[in-house]
Design a protein around this ligand. Structure first.
Ligand code: GLU
Length: 486
């Protein structure tokens, strides 16, 4: 039997990093087994719908390179893949389930349900009290017919079997056992004619021939209800795998409150999608003990759902940054230029050819976290400095600096070789000839050219800026200083 898995998000906003991890593990599993990866949109909770959520979700999956084989916009044998377009299917299966005696109609009003809950105020969760409420189990057939004919709204509830134990195997957690007494008579069809998550999810997983249900741990408590449904229909169950929770570094559940958790935020912050996916893949699994960097093909090759950890996985931003940095070091410069060019454009920095931008990137790629940091930390590579760090100036700009610089400037003007090594030799021999140390002149030069105390190698920076630009900046600075009388 060929593997079929699905990612089944509810479009309630943006794709959360936990959702991306679920999508990714399903994707890796499908690709590893030459199976099929389905995207199904679970939008039956009409109160939680958010406009454009499906588009955003698909955009984020696309950014991460996770493509699905069947789903919205792509079609497939088992569509439609958006639950709100499948209502007729759920109605049909609801009738079937009812006929099998595994579900019953209930007519309680929301107020009556509230009343019922108030009877046991101490309990955080009150089971539906099936024998005391207004439903098919307590009313006669005639009463039920009357209520339906009178247009009374009703729901369909799961009739959880009495005093049994629900057992299923989880590929990550092993055997899970829950006594039926702990399970609520879940609403399956709501009064608005929409199914609840539980019902639609099981019907669709069955009809879409899903072989493995891989989802977050928060769905583990729902699984016994699903198992009851599969059994009630007499359907084969898929295999289940519940992925570990994602945690903040303080071990609380990862939430939007503690920093960003939407995939699109990471995309717009400038993380590389392949680095981000690499990082996400390691939230709960690592194919080896001594490696962190894997290509998507390597992840597919080694993915093993049974090796996923049970314990929560900490979402560690420092690790994300480290992984992103490993990618930054290795990326072809042309890819980085494609990222930087529009950033420069947005800052109205123009007139630089690709070759120059590439040289700037190579000079700074080991000194930045993200490509977009370049205009922040090395804006002077594009626009002459407007400000000069005052402390740096005070420390390294001496009364005789101009005097020392002038003959050096003459030598810079005269040389045809503006490579960093030639500049180094020339500057060193000049300054040592005066009985001074190289650093005594490097700092003032850095100050004049960049305005900053830190940066890339000074002579490397000069080489990239080029002879004309360096001489212009030095001359203008000296002129200004002379005017100021320093
Ligand atoms: N719609 C559920 C969600 O939003 C799907 C859970 C499942 O995969 O069964 O995550």
């Amino acid at each position: 039997m060929s593997v079929r898995v699905r990612f089944a998000p509810s479009p309630t906003g943006f794709l959360h990093v936990g959702g991306l991890r679920t999508a990714l593990y399903n994707y890796l599993f499908a690709r590893h087994h030459n199976g099929t990866f389905v995207l199904r949109i679970e939008d039956t909770d009409r109160t939680r719908l958010v406009e454009n959520a499906v588009e955003n979700l698909i955009k984020s999956l696309h950014w991460a390179g996770i493509d699905y084989d069947e789903g919205p916009g792509r079609g497939g044998e088992y569509g439609p893949y958006i639950q709100s377009e499948r209502l007729y299917i759920y109605t049909e299966y609801a009738v079937q389930l009812h006929q099998r005696g595994a579900a019953y109609y209930a007519f309680d009003t929301p107020e009556e349900i509230d009343e019922m809950r108030k009877r046991n105020p101490a309990e955080s969760f009150t089971k539906y009290d099936r024998m005391l409420m207004k439903n098919e189990l307590t009313l006669s057939n005639v009463e039920v017919m009357k209520l339906i004919e009178a247009g009374k709204t009703f729901v369909l509830r799961l009739k959880v079997p009495d005093s049994t134990t629900i057992v299923f195997d989880d590929l990550i957690r092993g055997k899970v056992e829950v006594t039926a007494n702990e399970i609520d008579d879940q609403v399956l069809m709501k009064s608005d004619g929409f199914p609840t998550y539980h019902f639609a999810n099981v019907v669709d997983d069955h009809l879409m021939k899903i072989t493995h249900v891989i989802r977050g741990e928060e769905w583990l408590p729902s699984t016994p209800k699903h198992v009851i449904l599969y059994d009630a229909f007499g359907w084969d169950k898929p295999l289940f795998a519940h992925l570990p929770l994602l945690l903040n570094p303080d071990k609380t559940k990862l939430s939007k409150r503690q920093g960003s958790a939407a995939v699109e935020d990471f995309a717009s912050e400038g993380y590389f999608s392949d680095a981000f996916v690499n990082f996400i893949a390691l939230l709960g699994w690592n194919p080896s003990a001594d490696r962190e960097i894997y290509s998507i093909d390597e992840l597919i090759e080694s993915f093993d759902i049974e090796k996923v950890n049970k314990g929560g996985a900490v979402f560690d931003r420092a690790k994300l940054e480290w992984i992103n940095f490993q990618y930054l070091k290795q990326k072809p410069v042309s890819e980085l230029t494609d990222i930087l060019a529009p950033i420069l454009e947005a800052k109205d920095i123009s007139g630089f050819n690709t070759e120059y931008i590439e040289k700037v990137i190579d000079l700074f790629r080991e000194r930045i976290k993200l490509v977009k940091d370049i205009p922040e930390i090395a804006g002077y590579m594009f626009v002459p400095p407007q400000e000069y760090e005052p402390d740096y100036m005070e420390k390294y700009w001496k009364a005789n600096t101009i005097e020392i610089l002038k003959p050096l400037l003459v030598q810079y003007k005269a040389t045809d070789d503006f490579s960093h090594s030639a500049l180094y030799e020339l500057t060193k021999s000049y300054i040592e000839g005066l009985g001074m140390k190289l650093k005594e002149i490097i700092h003032p030069i850095r100050l004049m050219l960049t305005g900053k105390s830190a940066g890339a190698g000074m002579f490397e920076t000069m080489e990239v800026l080029g002879k004309d630009e360096c001489i212009k900046r030095i001359e203008e600075f000296i002129q200004k200083k002379e005017l100021e009388g320093i």
